[in-house]
Ligand binder design. Structure first.
Ligand code: AMP
Ligand code: MN
Ligand code: MN
Length: 342
């Protein structure tokens, strides 16, 4: 997608008016916020406060991983349940459906105007203004172009701290510029952001690669107990509540497990499950060139991207694995049949 088409996709005037006329603005992203979710929410918050110091800008997110606390305005993040405040504008970022806004769902529904900015292919478009760009590597990439346009709202001047947040989002959603979403546009955007004087090595090491001792232990356990299925074409691993208790770990400590599983030689699809407090399982799916995991995740009530998707599902672990592996096998077989025909 070229730069100008971001703006033509939306009703420019509605978007500008929504922002310019709002005195109170709420920003939110999906549950279990990742780097792109945190980066886009804090990047936009910083931009709005820089441009309009008199507006009230509040960010609603679940507790963010500690590695993102260095980003400006992370101290403004609110976690309380709010059902009485009616904001002039609520902006949803990096969130494919309203349910995933969690507690901000009510704020979004109650707000006078609503905007939805995202890059998930499964986002069906909600809100008065909806900008969904599945070709973009990250919501931060979409946001950068919207802000840089300048004529939408504000003067397009991005501060160092805003650039830091947006760069962090692109780093995380591209897996440090290695996933298939690392397009020329993603690299160009990251390059332009680097020009704001960012310490990229520090951002990448401190927020992406650095692991606590507990995180390494969980990773080790998950890898040791992983299983190859579908004749070595798929791998999966599970972490249960009892494991979290044993290692004194939280679900956020499993970040990165799926990235290690997916690079197993011969594997086309990797799946990582962890048991949530409620006895449900959070499922992460990753694929290489053959399987569209967004379709599978959506079938199980989730969503995401073609090569990275997820869902939360209930049931016996064995049944969940069997059901999802069955869908993976169908797609792999179809892909192989097509290759044979060529
Ligand atoms: P994860 O496996 O949690 O890292 O998620 C991979 C991608 O799928 C991310 O872009 C998520 O936003 C998306 N995703 C994960 N879980 C869900 C879900 N339950 N519903 C919709 N999208 C999801
Ligand atoms: Mn995300
Ligand atoms: Mn994202």
């Amino acid at each position: 997608m070229n730069r100008t088409s971001y703006v033509t996709m939306l009703n420019e005037r509605t978007f500008s008016n929504c922002v310019e006329s709002a005195n109170t603005i709420a920003i939110s992203g999906h549950i279990r916020p990742d780097g792109d979710c945190v980066g886009s929410c804090l990047g936009l918050c910083t931009y709005l406060l820089d441009q309009y110091p008199d507006k009230q800008v509040d960010v609603y997110l679940d507790e963010i991983p500690a590695e993102f606390l260095f980003l400006k305005n992370s101290d403004r993040i609110r976690q309380e349940n709010v059902d009485q405040i009616r904001y002039d504008l609520c902006i949803s970022l990096d969130c494919s459906d309203l349910e995933r806004l969690n507690r901000a769902n009510v704020i979004f529904k109650e707000a006078i105007h609503t905007v939805n900015i995202d890059h998930h292919i499964t986002n069906e478009g909600f809100g008065d203004v909806s900008v969904v760009c599945p070709e973009s590597s990250a919501t931060c990439e979409v946001l950068y172009h919207l802000l840089k346009q300048g004529q939408l709202f504000g003067n397009g001047e991005i501060s160092f701290e805003c650039a830091e947040a947006l760069y962090t989002g692109i780093v995380h959603d591209t897996g440090v510029f290695k996933h298939s979403n690392t397009t020329l546009e993603a690299m160009t955007t990251a390059g332009e952001l680097i020009e704001y004087g960012l310490n990229t090595e520090k951002i990448i090491n401190d927020t992406f690669f650095k692991k606590t001792y507990i995180q390494n232990q969980i990773l080790g356990k998950a890898l040791l107990e992983s299983m190859m299925i579908l004749d070595g074409r798929m791998i999966f691993s599970v972490v249960y509540q009892k494991d979290f208790r044993l290692f004194e770990a939280t679900p956020a400590d499993t970040n990165g497990v799926i990235d290690q599983l997916r690079i197993t030689d011969g594997v086309h699809v990797a799946m990582f499950l962890y048991e949530t407090e409620t006895g449900d399982f959070k499922v992460s799916l990753r694929s290489d060139e053959y399987v569209d995991v967004s379709v599978i995740a959506k079938e199980f009530g989730g969503g995401g991207h073609i090569r990275a998707a997820g869902c939360t599902t209930h049931g016996q672990m064995r049944d969940i694995v069997t059901n999802i592996a069955g869908r993976v096998e169908d797609q792999l077989d179809a892909a192989m049949d097509e290759i044979d025909l060529q």
